[in-house]
Design a protein around this ligand. Sequence first.
Ligand code: CA
Length: 692
Amino acid sequence: MQRWLKVSCLTAGLVASFTAAADTVVDDKYLSEDGDGSNWAAYGRNASEQRYSPLTQINADNVKQLGLAWSLDLPNERSLLATPLAVDGVIYFTASYSHTYAVDAKSGKVLWNYDPKVIEHAGDRLRIMWDSNRGPAFYKGKLIISTVDGRLVALDAKSGKMLWETMTIDPRRSYYITGAPKVFRDKVIIGNGGTEHEAARGYVTAYDINTGKQAWRFFIVPGNPADGFENKAMEMAAKTWTGEWWVHGGGGNAWNGITYDPAYNQVLVGTGNGSPWNQKIRSPGGGDNLFLCSIVALDADTGEYKWHYQTNPGETWDYNSNMDITLADVNYGGQPIKALLHAPKNGFFYVINRANGELLAAEKFAKVTWAERIDLKTGRPVEVKGARYEDGEETVWPSPFGAHSWHAMSYNPDTGLVYMPTIEMAGVFKDKGMDLGKWQSPHFYIDPGVVFGGEDTPKDYSTASLLAWDPVKQKKVWQLPLPPMWNAGTMTTKGNLVFEGRADGEFDAYNATTGDKLWAVKLGNGISSPPITYTVDGKQYISLLVGWGGGGTLLGSTAAQHGWKYKVHPRRLFTFVLDGKAPLPASPPPAFATPVDVPDFKIDDALAEQGKTRFAHSCMWCHGGGVVSGGTAPDLRESPIATSRDAFKDVVVNGVKVPNGMPRFGEFTDKDIDGLMHYIRQQARAAVVAKK
Ligand code: CA
């Protein structure tokens, strides 16, 4: 793809002549091909979302010679979750608050950055996933980013200059965007999140990539039939719902897992869980509740429904299908099939024919207790009695964090294996004691329609692994334990390698065939981003963002055990090359909170109990379950602000730290503030006592 041309340049009487690399035209043809691996031009490298590179310069024989080429400090950033892109020697990535960077891949110098001013735009909507963004898209010289406050922004990739921006959500609702936009046929598509925070009705929207004007929109669940249906698909879907589901929104939000399939010119949308999770509230007479927890194929030009496959009919556990959808040619039953590979939260690995949505295979890749198996004849799960917490309470595997989350898997066509970070953890689902008929949807706070206490998660509550899975034989080939439990996405190469960063800050290379660990480096912070690889002037590089973050950090001790403390450990972009000699930059050792007791503070247990509920609804998403911070926000058990009622109210109600990313909760009453104070002091005192 790289063409060279001669450019002459005349400036003030000086004639200069030099050769410059012509820009790669990243269009549909380019993104649909395997290519030579010189660029990583899309989220999953190309349209296939395989995260597989054909490069072999770095391979299983020489990977131990891998060393640091350079690193770039990112002192203004918090969570770094993005898959960077690399096009013509420039690395593009999104960081916290959708800050966007272009960096020279050879030198590590910042070429430009762009700040979409998310905090100013969000205002009081800045409450959820405040600093998360999973990456940009690149198309014909434009870089498209999403912002957490709900915009799509098109930038000139050369200059970073804004070309257009468009609002994709109703700002009166608590929708937000963390996902990477996807591009196809002069369009860009995006969904949103917010299922747990709103009477949410999910949808995806495609926009004209040159103007930002809406091309089409597809709602994932039906609205109120009295308002009329948008299309036949919604009319069909409405027959699978009961009660007044629209009052609670229904859900299905597509916050991740959107893949363009060039072979069939269709967009495959992985859809979300119900709003609320608890089907007894959402659709009290049962029903499949289409198109929750499904893969929905839409015509890419019109957004019209083509087919769907539902992984969890009548979802009731937050088992969404928002995990990445990978395109692969596989041989199934002696037939070559253009398939999609999908490993959603529910613990089954699905292989589906992209021509028509037919299920080819589905086996458990982790511990699963909600279903015995998937019936291949009907395509439906055979559920285990009791799993729907019919009697009010049940412990079910996997947890709402899934046996696999958004941390992307990769697929290597040479080994025929998928490489996936897995999580083994139980979830407790309980609605005993709740008045389900009186339940009301939240608005800018979390309430999933089951008891949600926001307790700490003990550090040994979960285990995790890197799993090599054969999607054709539907079995494990090798599996390695990983630190619990929030490990990053993987990349695989023709050099017979798999790369993955871990929760404990180690970045590893494995033999893709055997799983032998071949290389490791400690990068001084938890890793939540997947790596990419590309070439510049014939040299193969590997780049990785390092900055602990994402939903798994809200679990308290499970996340806090790694010692990645808020604002202590540097955020960086690392680039590796064979025989790289740059010294690794220093990072402080793991650090842990030191909870502070205020001995003369008399804890009122009833107030603390009220505070616990408020904390679970509004605070824990950043500050951690049981007031144990996982590292993406201050640990309030040691915060001096949380020892002074006036200072605490100034921050929480008056919003004095909004510029730092701490939202304002203007609706909190004095009683709410007292409750939170008492709960925080209670948790801090318990931690101090436990240490003695
Ligand atoms: Ca969810």
